[in-house]
Design a binder for this molecule. Structure first.
Ligand code: PAF
Length: 283
């Protein structure tokens, strides 16, 4: 496995693979890899000739009061587990390599950002779109793999790719969970023992509301209240949001919606957790 810290090293490998007619799968990450990331790498390996993993904690997608400095990092371990999962190249640049001085242009995401994490974290998806635009151009993948825990990110990135005609396919991959249902996340290490015990209730709250929806309850406000009530009863966390929207449009659900998302974010003392359930509707 190649470790590339410089753009020139990455693009040399990509050029060679393209000349050899190889397909490229790309898994963008911010490191501190867990089984969720490894499932993306394994899927990419099963569908492509060469797999590139990027490890870059992107400063542009963190707000001023967020956890950029404290974001967990574990490069040596990440390299080893990426290789085991089938990565052919890990691109791990520093911030100076990705952002060279004053930007000449910026990306503004204009759709699907006034809800969920986009509403709570203004500018977050502009930062995600900017770094992915660079990474997609450098990596030239046939397919890029994203976990559905960040379902809004999947929808926003699909919008970016469609808008600018990036010649690649976005492949959403199912969330990987602990045995008690908690979604795997790099931020789970921040949880205290008590918070860790409460955290699986995030998924349970969404499941209860999803059961109501499947039983015919289509009032988004009622479903959102059910999620909030459950979280307030079963956790000490602060609720950031609980929303029910159409997916992937992320608009208020309408009669003709084919799929909905039930999503919530909660804040514990040091960790903000997100999770969701998407439901296909039987029309
Ligand atoms: O999901 C993430 O880890 C990040 O948002 C991504 C896609 C790697 C962009 O920095």
């Amino acid at each position: 496995m190649i470790k590339a810290e410089k753009i020139a090293e990455l693009t040399a490998a990509i050029r060679k693979w393209k000349e050899e007619g190889k397909s490229i799968g790309f898994v963008p990450t911010m490191g501190f890899l867990h089984e969720g990331h490894l499932s993306l790498i394994k899927k990419a390996k099963s569908e492509n000739d060469a797999v590139v993993v990027s490890i870059f904690v992107n400063p542009l997608q963190f707000g001023p009061n967020e956890d950029f400095e404290a974001y967990p990092r574990s490069m040596e371990r990440d390299l080893a587990v990426s290789e085991d999962a089938g990565a052919d190249l890990v691109f791990a640049p520093d911030a100076g390599e990705m952002y060279k001085g004053k930007p000449a242009a910026a990306i503004t995401v204009t759709n699907r950002v006034d809800v969920l994490c986009g509403k709570s974290r203004p500018g977050h998806f502009d930062g995600v779109a900017a770094v992915l635009t660079k990474l997609f151009h450098l990596t030239q993948p046939d397919r890029a793999y994203f976990g559905m825990k960040d379902a809004q990110q999947v929808a926003v990135v699909k919008g970016l790719v469609d808008e600018f005609y990036f010649p690649l396919e976005i492949v959403p991959v199912e969330t990987v969970r602990e045995s008690d249902g908690l979604a795997k996340s790099s931020r789970n290490v921040y949880l205290t023992e008590q918070e860790r015990a409460e955290a699986p209730h995030l998924q349970k709250a969404l499941q209860k509301a999803a059961e109501m929806a499947e039983a015919g309850e289509w009032d988004a406000a009622k479903l959102e209240n059910q999620i909030k009530d459950y979280l307030n009863t079963h956790t000490t966390a602060e609720i950031d949001y609980a929303e029910v929207l159409s997916y992937p449009e992320l608009a208020p659900p309408a009669e003709e919606s084919k799929e909905i998302i039930l999503a919530a974010a909660i804040k514990f003392s040091k960790a903000r957790l997100i999770d969701n359930i998407t439901l296909k509707l039987k029309l």
